[in-house]
Each structure stands twice: as C-alpha cells, then as structure tokens.
Design a protein around this ligand. Structure first.
Ligand code: 13P
Ligand code: SF4
Length: 334
C-alpha cells in the first residue's frame, strides 16, 4: 500500500507509433519480396496504386499513393495493362469500371468496406420509388451496382463541389455516409435525405480521443476527416475548423504554420504525411483507428497477385456502363 507522502510516479505518455499492432508483421524476406515485385511489374506492365491507409511497406512500393479521388484519376489515365489495387474492393471495382480492357487485381478479395456494406442497389431503388425525379449522390465507397443506380458519385475530396453543382428544386439522396452528409449540408446549405451509414473505423473515433490528444499536444493542429463520428461535436466547439479528405490533409499540413498535427482518421495516413511533409510531427488520434480491410493487402499478396494475375475484379458490362456515368461526373467536377 502506497504511503500518502510517497510521490506519484508520472509515467511519460507513450509516443504512439504510426505502425500499429496490425501493421507490425514480420516479413519473411522483405528485400526479396521487393525485388520480385519490381521484376514482375516490369514484365507484366503493371502499375501499383495504393490508398493512403495502406501499410507503410506497401505505400513504399506503390507507383502512386493517394485518396479515393486521386486513385480514380490515376486509374482513368494509366496506360499500364495491369492495375494492382492496394486498397479495398470498391476502389478496384471503380478502376475496373474505368478500364474494362485492363486486368484489375485486388491481392486479397476479403478487403471490403463496412461503409459500402451499409447500402444496396435495392435501397436506392426504394428511395427513388418514393421520390420520383430525385437525384442520388453516392460516396465512392459503394459497390458497382449501387453506383449503377446513382446520378453522381463523390469522394470526400469533391462532395461539396458536386452538391453545389446540383440543380435546385429536386429531392436529393446523399448516401451512404451520414457524417460526410452532415458536413456537406453544413457547407452547402442544401437539404438532402441522408442514408444512415457509417464507417466503423471513423465512427469509433470519439471526441474524448481528440480532446485527450489535444491536452497532450496543445500546439498541434487538428486534421479531421469528414467520415469521423466526432466531427459534428468538435465543430460545435470550433466552428471555423476545416475538415479534410486524406489528400486535403497533405495540402493543409504543407501550408499550415503549425509544426505538429493530430491526425483524426485511419492510422495509415500518418505514414503518408510523414513522407510528404518531412520535418513536421504527426500524431495519430488513436492507434486503434485502424482499417483491418486496408491492412489485408501485403507485399506478399501483391507479389502473388502479379505472379498469377489473380484475384481479378471485374464488373458485368450491363452494370459497368451504368456505373461509369456517375464516376465520370465525379472526375469532371472538383
Ligand atoms: P478518402 O481517401 O477519399 O479521403 O477516403 C477515406 C476512406 O475511408 C477511403 O475508404
Ligand atoms: Fe471502408 Fe472505413 Fe476502411 Fe475506409 S476506413 S475502407 S470507409 S471501412
């Protein structure tokens, strides 16, 4: 039992590593894997596109690392014959919709998305039946058959611009992310019906997680993704706060006078920020903010997918042509 005069041991707050436990995987022979991937991508004329939430070693091997919008743009313009998508299923599907003649590989087909899973094509058809002539705006985190029922597709990088460009006087459904919808409604003033979906990773980030890191790093600036469940509450106390897509965070970190940032999104983002904005400090809001789907892609399964040209992601032509229209609108705006 501690005596009342005994000093309380102050344990320094641990520096949260940007590689969380899920990312700490001992690779059998990383150098050999890298050499194999280098050789195979030349032989097969392949490009590796990686999302900002990918493991550090996967980001390092990619030809391009970016947000959903940047990845769609790269997929639209690449002249490689094979696209290896280091991301999740809806991203590979978007690449396949844009490139029906190319081979699109997703190294682990289990890499899905909890947010995309909240919405079905039938859900949209039901809304349309009750709202004739209404417009459907869906986040890119949706399946191809949901996109085929949509009028516009958006990412967190251009959702506000797309909604601003919509004709007035029509009912609008914004789906499936209710937190991104709240952000868009705040920014545009447009009233919309909102699908009740959310991403399990971003929804789990609590205002207390943000406040805890703010107390520990009082000079750090907040970089908050609009998918976060905490965003509305924090905006209530700091109304001038901006929310950023993952790529938007890079731009802000480069131009901001702040030297340290609390990164309020999936932990992989810290890897990308540290690479692109050297000399500044990036603190993950919570080391448990980790998308297990994103982390299913590894150097090993990238190598295997290049060897076998499997597993492929394809979209039936009848769905593809209908899903292409909202994606092309998304690429044209913002
Ligand atoms: P962005 O990269 O478009 O900001 O989206 C984040 C995300 O959750 C992707 O699944
Ligand atoms: Fe989907 Fe969330 Fe993972 Fe992004 S972070 S891929 S929205 S589950």
């Amino acid at each position: 039992m501690k005596s009342p005069n005994e000093p309380t041991l102050v344990v320094p707050r641990p520096q949260v590593p940007h590689r969380d436990l899920l990312q700490l995987q001992v690779l059998p022979d990383e150098a050999q894997l890298r050499a194999d991937i280098e050789r195979l991508r030349r032989e097969k004329n392949a490009v590796i596109l990686a999302h900002n939430y990918q493991r550090p070693e996967v980001q390092q091997m990619a030809d391009f690392v970016g947000d959903s919008l940047g990845l769609s743009r790269q997929a639209a313009k690449t002249d490689a014959e094979v696209i290896v998508f280091a991301g999740v299923h809806f991203m590979a599907e978007t690449a396949a919709i844009l490139n029906p003649e190319k081979t699109v590989l997703l190294p682990d087909l289990r890499a899905g998305c909890s947010l995309a899973d909240t919405l079905t094509a039938q859900g949209i058809r039901d809304w349309k039946a009750g709202n004739p002539g209404g417009l459907v705006v869906t986040y890119v985190n949706t399946t191809a058959d949901v996109k085929a029922e949509s009028d516009y597709c958006v990412t967190s990088g251009n959702a506000v611009q797309v909604v601003q460009s919509l004709p007035q006087g029509m009912p609008v459904l914004f789906a499936p992310d209710r937190y991104l919808a709240a952000h868009v409604i705040r920014e545009t003033g447009r009233q919309m019906d909102v699908w009740d979906g959310a991403c399990h990773v971003h929804e789990a980030i609590r205002p207390e997680d943000v406040q805890g890191q703010q107390a520990a790093y009082p000079d750090a600036e907040l970089l908050i993704h609009p998918e976060c469940g905490c965003s509305s509450k924090i905006l209530g106390t700091i109304p001038e706060l901006q929310l950023y897509s993952t790529e938007g965070m890079i731009g802000r970190a480069k131009t901001s006078p702040a030297q340290a940032f609390i990164v309020v999104t999936e932990t992989g983002m810290v890897t990308r920020l540290e690479k692109d904005v050297p000399g500044k400090t990036f603190i993950p809001v919570s080391r448990t903010a980790c998308c297990e789907y994103m982390k299913m892609i590894t150097l090993e399964n990238i190598r295997d997918s290049l060897v076998n040209l499997q597993p492929r992601v394809t979209v039936p032509e009848e769905i593809r042509v209908r899903a292409l229209k909202p994606i092309e609108r998304m690429l044209a705006i913002g």
